[in-house]
Every structure is written in structure tokens, then in C-alpha cells.
Design a protein around this ligand. Structure first.
Ligand SMILES: Cc1cc2nc3c(=O)[nH]c(=O)nc-3n(C[C@H](O)[C@H](O)[C@H](O)COP(=O)(O)OP(=O)(O)OC[C@H]3O[C@@H](n4cnc5c(N)ncnc54)[C@H](O)[C@@H]3O)c2cc1C
Length: 486
């Protein structure tokens, strides 16, 4: 049995803790906040409950896998249902489209609302699946920094098929090739934002993302997204993991190129192995001041961030569902603005309403609106002015498209912006998904899940391979587990 110290109780830190405990190790998780989950947490405002960060749950099999590893029935810990409509889309010209989970129904909707032949959608989805089948397991489930990954026959096959994977086209070009209709292209371009990227720059291989949502499905956990955190913390505790909240790690103790333990204030805690779930940028800058940092890796472009208005709304809107998108008229311009550190005056607005499924999340007759726009990562902008301006634009857009006066319906409000995302979860510059995937080499340039300078030091979470988002964070823990030497 080894003693493992984990820095951070984000979703990947918790998943790593479960994996280590299941192997019989003694695991201690140190978390700076008073709660677990990092970005995947929630809070209450009056009678309204809000998931603080993630709102879309895909690939639940990676959550289930953790319960199965521990010989538990996942259903005894977490319940979730598949969404019949993945997302409702709204445009300024009054066109509204529901992305049904059932492919045939989605095809019919696309035909009826946009007059697009459903076969285009089918070809798009088939290509998405093909790309996932060739590359998914290799690029997402294995370390790209270990020799044995590259010796597998599947990798050889993927390399041979690389010319068909749209590495040299952008997502936008691929979507245009298959879908042609500007509204449908815009809808599929939006999938780039699932890892904080720009569809006009990100490589076409990222068109595997729709496959996650439309093949594996989109789900809502009973009790909201935070149930994922709660259920995994429960499992971890049952497996003997010790959580230490309000405990910020100040340094990783390194002796003779080996991670020996953690310094917490003046307290030294010694471990056989350390796993950092802290953003890799800050792991180096704050916890490893005396070693050489991988500057090129740390300097990579960050993913976008978010500006969220959590609104308690004293009315219900039947035309809205759990996930709703009110599109901008000029998507390319919106991403150009983001790329330049700015917010477009007509941003795409996302409204997530968990009370559509979790009635207890809002009082009778009300709804809990998580109203979000993509914003650039924090590079020292005047956020107070930008937030005030964006709030006005968002309200105008909602009023225009839904034909309501939303401001008069807001009972309570809280705000999350790139600065608070950084201060609450130590995410460098407030980026949501670590580094962006705008570069075709991004998958290879992300920090590996281990240190090649310090033995016994591993990394998990959204800032390292294979990237951000709940499913990938869970996979980072799996990769650490598989490569661990204890
Ligand atoms: C607004 C928003 C919307 C999102 N939407 C989605 C979505 O719809 N679907 C999806 O899949 N993903 C989404 N994401 C991304 C997803 O939330 C993240 O990729 C994922 O939750 C990151 O998990 P993590 O394991 O990297 O840890 P994090 O959540 O980043 O947590 C890291 C933890 O480490 C702790 N920590 C840091 N430094 C120290 C230290 N020195 N000592 C002790 N503790 C420390 C922090 O306090 C924090 O709790 C969203 C994120 C945000 C913010």
C-alpha cells in the first residue's frame, strides 16, 4: 500500500482518489475550498439552486466506470435521464429549431425548419462517428507521451488514415462541406465551444464532438450537475479517501528529483506519490518554484472563458427547455472578437434551466436561469465595464427573441466572470478548459499526465492531457491510474 497525496478536489482529483483507493492505497485529498467539485459545484440564492459551472453532461459511462471499479451499482449513487431534446436553437429571424436526440426526428426537424435534406445531417454524423472510431480511444484514453501508446496497431492505423481526418481543414470548413445551410453550419460550429475553441481555427478533427452528444447522448442528473460530484465524493469516502477541505497546498516537496510530499503552511506531509489536480500552470508557478518550468507548454493559448448571470426568474417559459441557444447573427465576428480579447455587442446567449427537470431548483412558478456568453480569458480587460455592457446586450437579445421584458422578472442575481473563475478554482486566466484546441497540434502540446523531471509526480484535470470538460477530466484520471508506478 502506498500513500498518495492529491492536490485539489476537482472532478479529476476525486476520480483519481477513487481509482487509487480502489487499488488499496491510502489517499489524502487537499482542497483549498470548503467544498468538493471545483468548477462542478453548486450554490443556492434564496429559493433558487444553481449549478455553478458545467451544465451539459455527456459520456456518463466514464462516471459509471468508477462505481463499477469499486464493485458498486452506479444507480445506487446517481440517477440521470437522457434528454429527448438536446438543445433548442433560436435565431433573430424567428426560426426556432429543436435538436432532437433521435436522429430521424432531428432530420425531420431540419427538413421542416430549414428545408435541408436530412441525408446531409446523416452524412455529417457518420463522419463524426468515423473520426471518433479511428482516433477517440487513442487521443482521449491514452497518454500521447508514452512510447507504448505509439506501438499499438490502432495507432498505426490512425496514422495511416490521418489524411482523412481533416487535420488541415477547420471545423467550419468541414461543417460547410457536409451541411451547406448557414444555420446548420452555425449550429455545428458551436461544438467548438465545448472545449473553448474557435470553429474558424480549430482543426476539422474536432467534428467528432457532435458524436459525443448525439450518439452517446446528453443527460441531466437528478438533483442537477452537482450530483456527479456528490455521488463520487460519497464513493470516495466509502473507499477510505480522506478529504481535507479549506487546506491549500503551498509547495510540492522535491528531493533528488523525486516528489516527496506536500507543504501546507508550516506542516510537511510526506507521500509516496503526488497527483496534482491544480491547473498545471499554477502547479509549476506556485508549488514548484525551484525547478525549471516547461515554458513553451505553459505559454500555450488558453481556452475561452465565460460570463454567467445566475438569475432567479419569477415566471416560466414553456418555449424554453434545459439547454437553449440564442444565436448571434455573425458567428465569425463573435469569434474574431473573442480572439482579440473582446465581447461582440450581439453575443450568442446560452440559457440553461435545470428547474425544467429538477423542480426543486426554483420556487413554484419560477425558473433558475443560468445565462451565459463565451468571453475571452482574462488578459486584464476592464471587466466591470465589459460586464455592464454585456448584461444590457444580453437582456436586449433575450427580449427581442422571446418577446419579453426579462429584466422585470429577475428576482435575484449573481455573476461569475473570468476573474472569479480563476480565484475560485485556480484556473489560469479563468479559462474553462485549460489550453485551447485552435492549433492542430494542440492534442500533442498539452502537458502530459506525468512529470518527466520529477519522479512520482502526476497531473490530472482540464489543464493537462486529454483536455477540459467532465468526460476528458475523468479520462485524465484513468490515464494517471494506468501509468502509475506504485
Ligand atoms: C462556466 C463553466 C461551464 C462549463 N461547462 C461545461 C459543460 O457544460 N460540460 C462539461 O463537461 N464541462 C464544462 N466545463 C468544464 C468543466 O467544468 C471542467 O473541465 C472540469 O470541471 C474541470 O475539472 P478539474 O478536475 O480540472 O478541476 P477544477 O474544477 O478546475 O478544480 C480544481 C480544484 O483544485 C483546487 N485547488 C487548486 N489549487 C489548489 C491548491 N494549491 N491546494 C488545494 N486545492 C487546490 C481548486 O480549489 C479546485 O477545487 C465548464 C466550466 C465552467 C467554469
Amino acid at each position: 500500500m502506498a500513500e498518495i497525496g492529491i492536490i485539489g478536489a476537482g472532478i479529476a482529483g476525486i476520480a483519481s482518489a477513487i481509482r487509487m483507493a480502489v487499488k488499496g492505497h491510502q489517499v489524502d485529498v487537499f482542497e483549498a475550498n470548503s467544498y468538493a467539485g471545483g468548477k462542478l459545484s453548486d450554490f443556492k440564492m434564496g429559493d433558487y439552486r444553481f449549478d455553478a459551472g458545467p451544465s451539459l453532461f455527456t459520456m456518463p459511462m466514464y462516471v459509471e466506470e468508477l462505481f463499477k471499479l469499486a464493485n458498486r451499482n452506479p444507480k445506487h449513487y446517481i440517477e440521470y435521464e437522457r434528454l429527448p431534446v438536446v438543445c433548442n436553437y433560436f435565431w433573430e429571424d424567428e426560426i426556432r429549431l429543436s435538436a432532437y436526440a433521435d436522429p430521424q426526428r432531428f432530420g425531420e426537424e431540419v427538413k421542416e425548419k430549414l428545408d435541408v435534406d436530412p441525408s446531409r445531417l446523416q452524412k455529417m454524423m457518420a463522419d463524426s462517428q468515423r473520426k471518433y472510431d479511428i482516433s477517440g480511444q487513442i487521443f482521449l484514453e491514452k497518454s500521447l507521451h508514452k512510447r507504448n501508446t505509439w506501438l499499438q496497431p490502432k495507432v498505426l492505423k490512425a496514422m495511416m488514415l490521418a489524411p482523412t481526418m481533416d487535420l488541415f481543414s477547420t471545423m467550419d470548413q468541414v461543417n460547410k462541406r457536409f451541411l451547406k445551410h448557414p444555420k446548420l453550419v452555425q449550429l455545428f460550429n458551436r461544438f467548438a465551444t465545448y472545449n473553448g475553441s474557435n470553429p474558424y481555427k480549430a482543426p476539422g478533427i474536432l467534428s467528432i464532438i457532435p458524436h459525443f452528444e448525439h450518439h452517446f447522448g446528453a443527460y441531466i442528473p437528478k438533483g442537477g450537475m452537482v450530483s456527479i460530484t456528490k455521488s463520487l465524493v460519497k464513493l470516495a469516502k466509502e473507499e477510505g479517501v480522506r478529504f481535507h477541505f479549506n487546506t491549500k497546498v503551498d509547495e510540492i516537496i522535491v528531493e533528488q528529483k523525486r516528489a516527496m510530499g506536500l507543504r501546507i503552511g508550516r506542516d510537511m506531509r510526506y507521500f509516496d506519490t503526488i497527483i496534482s489536480n491544480m491547473d498545471v500552470f499554477f502547479t509549476y508557478r506556485k508549488l514548484l518554484p525551484n525547478i525549471k518550468h516547461p515554458e513553451r507548454t505553459l505559454a500555450q493559448e488558453k481556452s475561452t472563458s465565460a460570463l454567467i448571470f445566475y438569475w432567479g426568474i419569477k415566471q416560466q417559459f414553456p418555449e424554453l427547455d434545459l439547454h437553449n441557444i440564442l444565436f448571434t447573427e455573425d458567428y465569425k465576428k463573435e469569434f474574431d472578437y473573442l480572439q482579440n480579447g473582446k465581447i461582440l455587442d450581439d453575443p450568442t446567449v446560452y440559457i440553461n434551466i435545470t428547474s425544467k427537470y429538477c423542480k426543486a431548483d426554483a420556487p413554484e412558478g419560477g425558473e433558475n436561469w443560468f445565462t451565459m456568453i463565451n468571453v475571452p480569458y482574462n488578459s486584464g480587460q476592464d471587466w466591470e465595464t465589459m460586464i455592464a455592457t454585456a448584461r444590457k446586450q444580453i437582456i436586449k437579445k433575450i427580449n427581442r427573441i422571446l418577446k419579453i421584458d426579462v429584466e422585470s422578472l429577475i428576482e435575484c442575481e449573481d455573476i461569475l466572470d473570468p476573474r472569479t473563475i480563476e480565484s475560485r478554482t485556480s484556473s489560469h486566466l479563468g479559462s474553462l478548459y485549460g489550453t485551447s484546441s485552435n492549433n492542430r497540434m494542440a492534442a500533442f502540446l498539452r502537458h502530459p499526465n506525468f512529470s518527466n523531471k520529477i519522479k512520482g509526480l502526476y497531473f490530472c484535470g482540464g489543464s493537462v492531457h486529454p483536455g477540459g470538460g467532465i468526460p476528458l477530466c475523468l479520462l485524465s484520471a484513468k490515464i494517471v491510474d494506468e501509468m502509475m508506478e506504485v
